[in-house]
Design a protein around this ligand. Structure first.
Ligand code: HGA
Length: 619
């Protein structure tokens, strides 16, 4: 989603700003822009094309300076158009923004009271040229400006309701950028006689490794050889200095090589054996300490688990519920973060709150975590792919999956490695609760270690999946069926198909078919069935008969040891032998491949599907 990069330096920082945007580019955006302090005024370039085009435009216009801010936008308020792209300028009441801009600002997040503020600012004579919520912040800061940018920002911020990370500079103070965060991530990068700000340390890789993770409510004043962080003291209503630790962070570049693959999604699907092996690398045995110091004490204390997540992570959590209840015998509920945070629930301080997020910056999940904590639930754990993320910093315990950078918007290797982390959590809780014998532990560990090889064998099914995808590409609807542990896998398969091929897909627990969705089944409706050789297989076969009897076309991923054979109306791809409780990690792989190849056959933008973004940092 949106990215921010800003800098104050003696050298030309435009290449750093552009490179920073490129590092954040994979997260998805619909427009981008850069503004600098040049020749005593504000200069900017904006584009609804790629960052490379913005770069060419900036070069052509001779944009270069030591102070500037840049942004990739994923529109929430106002269409993805140049006039809505950030940076936004304010030039004071009644002034022509383009000619005389005084304040330049970029923003990630959503300002909820933008209508009210816009009306107020319009009444003061401010002219609005965009439909964004962001523009009100620029004008609000301008309204409070009387020679000190920090002071103006500090006065404006308490008026904002919602979530934001902002970076702003002023025509009248050439070597200064002020930035602030509330609900959206922001880091400060400390350099030699120069300072930087960015929405992710990754944007500053190669520029500085000295990073301050700004906390909620922090306002940072960046100048050439100094920076100053302040926080509002709500009792006195004044801002006071706060000290934050400077960490040495070796952030990786987001831009991984594509290698022989056509898309990052395909590459990431094929990286799953390595990603799983890496995620298991440090695991020599099961123990609560895999999740951090003090985990044993917390695991001993908890009597239930509450999983909070969104999208694909919600489905990994839904799969884990089956494991946690059947293996660790611990009552588990799974909630969509954006729902949980706003509903009245009954808090239980002895619950282990588990958040799941690839990026660790998912706004809804972070807010849900804070909501849980505000209700007295302080036993928190996250399964996350980014060790330096807000989620890891916010939670008492963590398991860092080692999927590596995931570029494709549709999550694949992050999902399967989350499942690995959640299975380890299940075993650690089972052990603490006396439900894991040494023999069980050894058996599960052996199966986990064999997973990379087992996933590799499933990947070899790609040619058969490609053959199916050509038929799917001609459809507009699809149903996915699964039962038990594999119902969340059917949900994930349907989500993948929707996200990247734009085919309408729904998933049902197969037993639900006759309670409604069977009405949709015709020869035009492919019905994808996840058919592991587990205790529910015979039930599932009956559900499949219900589809066939109505002329439906079944596409079945059946374990090698089931006796399901291809025949008219029944297409079968044979998976390896049944993989027990870890079977969901294998069964999701052909569903990823099916979505991927169907999307390729339909010619969609697989890695950047329309309207979607990676790392969903707005509510
Ligand atoms: N609300 C602002 C910024 C959106 C954002 O943070 N997207 O990730 C806008 O619509 O421009």
């Amino acid at each position: 989603m949106c990215g921010i990069v800003g800098a104050v330096s003696q050298r030309n920082i435009v290449p750093i700003l552009i490179e920073g945007l490129k590092r954040l580019e994979y997260r998805g955006y619909d427009s981008c822009g850069v503004a600098v302090h040049q020749d005593g005024g504000l200069r900017r370039a904006r584009s609804t094309s790629r960052v490379a085009e913005l770069q060419a435009q900036a070069e052509q216009d001779g944009i270069q300076a030591g102070t500037g801010i840049a942004h990739t936008r994923w529109a929430t308020h106002g269409a993805p158009a140049v006039h809505n792209a950030h940076p936004h300028f304010s030039a004071g009441p009644g002034a022509d923004v383009a000619a005389t801009g005084r304040i330049a600002l970029v923003h990630n997040g959503i300002i909820e009271n933008h209508d009210e503020l816009r009306a107020e600012l319009k009444a003061r004579g401010y002219v609005f040229v965009s439909q964004t919520d962001t523009e009100v912040i620029a004008h609000l800061i301008d309204q409070h400006y009387s020679g000190d940018l920090l002071d103006a920002v500090q006065q404006a911020l308490p008026r904002l309701k919602g979530a934001y990370a902002v970076a702003v500079f002023c025509r009248d103070e050439p070597h200064r950028v002020v930035a602030a965060r509330e609900g959206s991530p922001l880091v400060l990068g400390v350099g030699q006689e120069e300072n930087f700000v960015a929405s992710d340390a990754m944007a500053l890789a190669g520029v500085t490794d000295q990073i301050v993770y700004l906390e909620e409510g922090d306002v940072v004043d960046l100048q050439l050889g100094r920076y100053w962080i302040s926080q509002l003291d709500t009792r006195t209503g004044r801002y006071g200095t706060v000290q934050r630790e400077v960490k040495t962070v070796h952030a990786h570049s987001g831009a991984a090589e594509l290698g022989p693959y056509r898309h990052y999604m395909q590459k990431e699907i094929f990286e799953q054996p390595v990603a799983i092996a890496n995620t298991l690398d440090a695991v020599t045995g099961i123990s609560p300490e895999l999740f951090g110091d003090g985990a044993w004490r917390i695991f001993k204390e908890v009597d239930s688990v509450l999983i909070l997540a969104c999208g694909t992570s919600y489905y990994s959590g839904s799969t884990a519920k089956y494991w946690l209840e059947s293996i660790a015998k611990i009552p588990t509920s799974v909630e969509i973060a954006s729902e949980y945070r706003y509903r009245d629930s009954v808090p239980n301080p002895r619950t282990l709150v588990v958040t799941i997020s690839q990026s660790g910056e998912t706004a809804d999940t972070i807010a849900a975590l804070k909501h849980a904590r505000a209700q007295g639930m302080n036993h928190t754990l996250t399964i996350c792919n980014v060790a330096t993320s807000a989620m890891v910093r916010e939670c008492a315990l963590a398991y860092i999956t080692r999927a590596g950078a995931e570029i494709g918007v549709a999550s694949t290797k992050a999902f399967t490695t989350q499942l690995v982390g959640l299975f380890l959590l299940t075993l650690a809780l089972a052990q603490t609760r006396g439900h894991l014998s040494e023999a069980d532990e050894a058996r599960h560990l052996k199966d986990l270690r064999h997973l990379p090889v087992a996933v590799q064998a499933v990947l070899a099914l790609e040619p058969q999946v490609i053959a199916w995808s050509e038929e799917f590409a001609r459809k507009e609807n699809a149903l996915f069926l699964g039962r038990g542990l594999h119902y969340p896998i059917a949900l994930e398969g349907a989500l993948k198909l929707k996200e990247i091929s734009y085919i309408h897909a729904e998933a049902y627990p197969a037993g639900e078919l006759k309670h409604g969705p069977l009405a949709l089944v015709t020869a035009e409706m492919p019905v994808v069935t996840v058919a592991p050789n587990d205790a529910l297989l015979e039930k599932l076969k009956s559900n499949m008969q219900e589809v066939r009897a109505r002329g439906g076309q079944l596409y079945v991923f059946a374990d090698g040891d089931t006796a399901i054979e291809s025949e008219t109306g029944l297409h079968v791809i044979r998976m390896p032998e049944h993989y027990g409780v870890l079977s969901p990690i294998l069964h999701v792989v052909p569903l990823q491949l099916l979505a991927y190849h169907t999307a390729c056959a339909r010619g969609t933008d697989v890695d950047k599907p329309r309207n979607l973004a990676k790392s969903v940092t707005v509510e």
